[in-house]
Design a protein around this ligand. Structure first.
Ligand code: SAH
Length: 479
């Protein structure tokens, strides 16, 4: 962060603007909207600035810039077309340790004026540190279109009734539900239709309705493989409703950073080889205990919660204890690793089916899919494969798979540190050892794996000499 964002209270505080052209006039408008006392100093003034002075809205001093003028100021804006003059103003401000914005000159400015979306009392400011004002303006346009124009009126209504709302809904969770209702319900509609009295009446009516007892629930949410862009909108919403978040080890910090600031985050990660049963029992107990206290519990899991994540067992436990739940799917590692390593999981010429398997059974044994007819036209994806890789390879070979079958190991899929190792069934174990591939990593086995050598677009791609060139992959029967 190269600029620290602040919202300044300028009501009845003096801002000095040097320059009185149209550029200055735009800044004067903003400063006046924020309630600042504005003194404008310039050799000559644009008619609009003159008119303001005549109306007594601003104080206009025509003539040379006098640095002593800044002694009264909280904020300085230099908006002349003369850079030397702007520099002089910036220097005079710096001597007095006053923040100074020089319009369209980030090098001379000690403070930036952001692009603004105004839904007063809600203000959204976007700044690029002077690096790309055009991008900031484009973002502003987008944000403008996202928020209802009546949002300002709604925030104002909420401000006026804040104390009453707090009294009527003393507990945080019902109060948040009430604010959600304000945002999503009929009050905003009434304000949009220009019926503020009806909006007030609706709010009164809702506040008079007794507080429903808080109902706890558990949301089983898939956090996706790591890239926060792969979290679903429903997942994001759940993270913002959560009172308590029980997060797995695989959940990336970038996803957790999107959660409500005051949510209580509990790390319930299971280290591989650790005492799984105890940890799982603790997770079950935490979910039930927090939900029974009326809290919204988000059980956040890497990838999809119902793919190799013991999510099914957790739902059964909740069901047995009569706790309400919802499930929000996530992008599972197989889909993410396929996409981010440029490996199509099915392909008309190479793979007509796809299996997702785990290299680790509950008993600790590895599984290897049998290959009944020798010719394999499917893609097999193995989760939790790093530690069990040698055993898995042996099992796949014993099941009749060709040692030359292409394999790809995708490590930290979709994260900035992603590495994809291309090898064959024969060489994959040695290659993984040589490149020190770590968990989490996913093994993709089948002809399609080799296509990633050509189609890769993200992260680092490692090839072993034995890896097939994609052009040499023999097409399989077309379905
Ligand atoms: N529920 C998760 C899977 C949990 S099992 C999902 O749907 O993705 C944990 C295994 O998933 C890891 O051992 C690894 O094989 C795989 N995995 C999860 N995230 C991964 C990632 N970002 N890159 C590669 N593999 C990943």
């Amino acid at each position: 962060m190269n600029h620290f964002p602040l919202f300044a209270d300028l009501r009845d505080r003096t801002a000095v603007v040097v320059g009185a052209g149209l550029v200055a006039e735009r800044k004067i408008t903003l400063l006046r909207a924020a309630g600042a006392r504005v003194i404008v100093c310039a050799h000559a003034a644009h008619p609009q600035v003159l008119a303001r002075a005549q109306a007594g809205e601003i104080e206009l001093r025509l003539g040379e810039f006098d640095p002593a003028l800044l002694d009264q100021a909280w904020l300085v804006v230099a908006a002349t077309s003369d850079r030397a003059q702007n520099q002089q103003v910036a220097d005079a401000a710096a001597t007095r340790r006053l923040f100074c914005n020089v319009v369209d000159d980030p090098a001379l400015s000690s403070v930036q004026v952001p692009a603004i979306v105004d839904r007063s009392p809600i203000t959204i400011a976007i700044a690029s540190g002077g690096a790309a004002p055009v991008i900031a303006r484009r973002l502003r346009e987008r944000i403008e279109s996202m928020f209802d124009p009546a949002l300002g009126a709604l925030a104002d209504l909420a401000r006026r009734h804040r104390v009453r709302i707090r009294q009527a809904r003393p507990h945080l969770r019902p109060r948040r539900d009430f604010y959600d209702w304000l945002l999503d319900g009929p009050v905003l509609g009434a304000l949009r239709r220009g019926q503020p009295c009806q909006a007030e009446a609706l709010l009164d009516q809702a506040l008079a309705t007794p507080n429903p007892p808080p109902k706890g629930k558990v949301l089983l949410v898939g956090a996706g493989p790591g890239d926060p862009g792969l979290l679903t909108l429903r997942g994001l919403r759940a993270l913002n409703e959560a009172d308590v978040i029980l997060a797995d080890r695989l959940v990336s910090p970038a996803v957790l950073a999107l959660a409500r600031r005051d949510a209580h985050v509990i790390d319930v990660g299971k280290a591989p080889g650790g005492p799984h049963a105890t940890t799982q029992a603790r997770i079950h107990a935490l979910m039930v205990a927090h939900a029974r206290q009326g809290r919204c519990v988000v059980r956040l899991k890497g990838g999809d919660p119902l793919v190799f994540g013991r999510g099914g067992e957790e739902l059964q436990h909740l069901k047995r204890h009569g706790i309400a739940y919802e499930v929000v799917p996530g992008i599972t590692a197989a889909l993410a690793c396929g996409a981010y390593a440029g490996i199509p999981l099915t392909h008309r010429n190479h793979a007509q089916s796809l299996t997702l398997a785990t290299a680790q059974q509950q008993t600790g044994e590895t599984v290897g899919s049998s290959c009944p007819d020798g010719a394999d036209s499917r893609t097999q994806v193995y989760y939790m494969g790093v530690q069990r890789l040698p055993a898995l390879r042996a099992q796949l070979l014993a099941a009749g798979h060709d040692p030359g079958l292409p394999c790809a190991l995708v490590e930290h899929g979709s994260r900035p540190e992603q590495r994809t190792l291309h090898a064959t069934l024969d060489t994959v174990v040695d290659a993984a050892r040589r490149h020190a591939i770590q968990a989490p990593a996913l093994l993709i086995v089948g002809a399609t794996a080799a296509l990633g050598m050509d189609l890769a677009w993200f992260g680092e791609t490692l090839r072993t000499p034995s890896a097939h060139h994609p052009e040499n992959i023999r097409p399989q029967a077309v379905a």
